[in-house]
Design a protein around this ligand. Structure first.
Ligand code: SAH
Ligand code: SF4
Length: 388
């Protein structure tokens, strides 16, 4: 970036915005005001920020921009699920999905262009990896959704509801391999001057990047979902290759540490000092996601192995019927197999839900997000060569 490049204000949490404004001689309370304009009202035009001094508005127009990824396509599924394809430059596109329900509205956000982790059953993984998203590109999805849905990001005064009430980092990419940007974006989601979401309503989903589960606990604990998908190492090594690096024993130990809400001796208060931050997880369980693949991981013996895991980690299971994509090589488990599997878990006293498939007619369901990825890992080529 050259000195003349304007900074994108969507990339700053409160601390960053305060530092940026200090750099042009402004007081910290201006950062809170500016944050509200940017995120409560979704305002991109400095001229409209009427309670900022004219001189500050001029200075901002000279040095800064408010820039979310641009819209490439907008699709609405029969069930009301909405999917936006957003342009992140150089021919790359990312996908963001909004799932309206009676009592909540969930936004599923992407963290990377593609994904490097190659889980066998995932369309995003199949595509290869291009790059990490910036903070502005991550938070820009929430910023964009609030604008597109036509609402102020704050809770509705009459009903107390927000149109986007929950955020899940379950779109394209592995959030914990884009750690710093994801954590800064999480700060913005949680900040009362921005989106004010509670930590229980923001979920990070990871395939099991163990060291960064620990860092997340320290730096910004939010609800945690872990993509388990297999109850033993032999099978998980195949389905979720990162398991070869951090096998189940280590992953489960990290989950237990994540839930331990007592600060440890070596833990310092986080540098951000925002009032919602305290040490420890906001929920007392981990959500284990488990994609149901016919004949692969859906047998009763697999469910019984999951009972063992639940003895080690307080958890809920979320069973996800596999969403097919071309040449995936997998099939969705039958409703009967899924029901039997769920029953084994529930009869043992566990909570096990089956995720409703939403938005699959617009390829907006879990694992179907493919966006437009210019793969830099040459994965497609390697696959073609391997199968030639
Ligand atoms: N990389 C993170 C978050 C994104 S994936 C992770 O893996 O957790 C969000 C969820 O969708 C994960 O649980 C993922 O395993 C699951 N998923 C991936 N492909 C799927 C498919 N084809 N059908 C159903 N779920 C899938
Ligand atoms: Fe990446 Fe998650 Fe897909 Fe695995 S399931 S390839 S970690 S996006």
């Amino acid at each position: 970036m050259s000195l003349a490049d304007p900074v994108n204000l969507l990339g700053y949490d409160l601390r960053g915005l305060t530092a940026f404004l200090a750099g042009i001689g402004e007081k910290p309370f201006r950062a809170r005001q500016l944050m509200r304009w940017l995120h409560h009202f979704g305002e991109a035009d400095f001229e409209q920020m009427t309670d900022l001094a004219k001189s500050l508005r001029v200075a901002l127009a000279r040095t800064a921009v408010v820039e979310a990824p641009k819209l490439l396509a907008d699709s609405v599924a029969a069930d009301g699920t909405r999917k936006w394809l957003l342009d992140v430059g150089a021919g790359n596109g990312i996908e963001t999905v909004f799932i309206p329900e009676v009592s909540r509205g969930t936004l599923c956000i992407s963290s990377q262009v593609g994904c490097a982790l190659e889980c066998a059953f995932c369309a995003t993984g199949r595509q290869g990896f291009n790059r990490n998203l910036s903070v502005a590109e991550i938070i820009g999805q929430l910023w964009w959704a609030n604008r597109a849905l036509g609402r102020d990001a704050r809770a509705d005064k009459a009903t107390g509801e927000r149109i986007v009430s929950n955020v899940v980092m379950m779109g394209m990419g592995e959030p914990l391999t884009n750690f710093d940007n994801v954590v800064t974006a999480l700060h913005i989601m949680l900040d009362d001057h921005a989106y004010g979401l509670s930590r229980r309503r923001v979920t990070v989903s990871t395939s099991g990047v163990v060291p960064n589960i620990d860092r997340l606990r320290q730096e910004c604990p939010v609800a945690l979902a872990v993509s388990l998908h297999a109850p033993n190492d032999a099978l998980r090594d195949r389905l979720v290759p990162i398991n070869r690096k951090w096998p189940l024993k280590e992953l489960l130990a990290a989950c237990v540490r994540y839930l331990d809400s007592a600060p440890r001796e070596d833990e310092k208060p986080t540098p951000h000092g925002v009032k919602w931050q305290r040490q420890g997880a906001p929920r007392d369980f981990i959500t284990f996601e488990y994609v149901m693949l016919a004949g692969v991981n859906d047998r009763p013996e697999h469910a019984r192995q999951l009972l063992d895991i639940a003895r080690q980690v307080p958890c809920k299971y979320n069973l996800i019927p596999f969403n097919p994509f071309p040449d995936s090589g997998f099939e969705r488990s039958s409703p009967e197999a899924i029901r039997r599997f769920q029953e084994i878990l529930m009869n043992a006293g566990l909570i096990a839900t089956v995720r409703k498939t939403r938005g699959d007619d617009i390829d907006g369901a879990c694992g179907q997000l493919a966006g437009q990825v210019k793969d830099r890992t040459r994965r497609a080529q390697r696959r073609a060569e391997a199968s030639a």
